[in-house]
Design a protein around this ligand. Structure first.
Ligand code: SAM
Length: 210
């Protein structure tokens, strides 16, 4: 799948600006707080429930500063972690933070080159900017198709939810319909899927197990 150059350019400059403005902090990743970042990690980690004793490979797509690697280590998981990000400066920050660990590899890019046991993303589908809703939806589906073809055991992703309070919703953000995506993954990817929408943030997570 070819990812739209216009979308990638817009996304790259958005996150580069955040990094320039706020430095290597959660605000530089456009998150509100470390707590919110960590709650999202906790939801994604439901994908890995059965892997506590095992070593597995995982790609964190849109890894930012690689904080999910730190989270997994803290929780006692053993994985060969690959963090990928569009923004070269974010990848450099991630390397500085975690690159000394032989189990962590960071690459700049958007094209999945290998297969992994698991793929996760947190926060890459939220900033649609000026892109039309239908076009953004195609972009999201295109990336999910890539996850599906490059993940051997499963993948997990999050999106902002359309069940957000109207007064806080912003035009440049994409609020996905969780039921549409749940239905999509059930129909086209796997019968073993879970929709998690019970963790307070204006956000949902879908877990797909092969
Ligand atoms: C909201 S931040 C979250 C970073 C990290 N997942 C975390 O939770 O700490 C989203 C990150 O995804 C990256 N990103 C967005 N779209 C991407 C794409 N299509 N391919 C690769 N990286 C992408 C951005 O550069 C940014 O670093």
């Amino acid at each position: 799948m070819e990812i739209s150059t216009k979308i990638l350019e817009q996304t790259e400059s958005y996150f580069q600006e955040k990094l320039d403005q706020f430095g290597t902090t959660v605000k530089g990743l456009d998150w509100n707080s470390e707590t919110a970042q960590s709650i999202r990690f906790e939801q994604l980690t439901n994908l890995l429930k059965k892997e506590h004793e095992n070593t597995f490979s995982l790609c964190d797509y849109g890894c930012g500063y690689g904080d999910y690697f730190g989270y997994l280590q803290e929780k006692g998981y053993h994985c060969k972690y690959t963090g990928m990000d569009l923004v070269q400066d974010s990848v450099s920050c991630a390397r500085q933070k975690y690159g000394q660990n032989p189990d962590a590899l960071f690459v700049q890019g958007v094209k999945l080159q290998e297969t992994y046991d698991y793929i996760v993303e947190s926060g890459i589908f939220n900033i649609k900017g000026t892109v039309k809703e239908e076009e953004w939806e195609k972009y999201v589906i295109g990336i999910l198709e890539e996850f599906n073809s490059h993940a051997k055991k499963g993948f997990a992703f999050n999106c902002l939810t359309k069940y957000s309070d109207a007064e806080y919703m912003k035009d440049h953000l994409y609020y996905a319909d969780p039921l549409f995506y749940f239905d999509y993954v059930k129909k086209f990817f796997s019968r073993n899927a879970a929709l998690l929408h019970d963790y307070e943030l204006y956000d949902f997570t879908i877990i797909v197990r092969k």
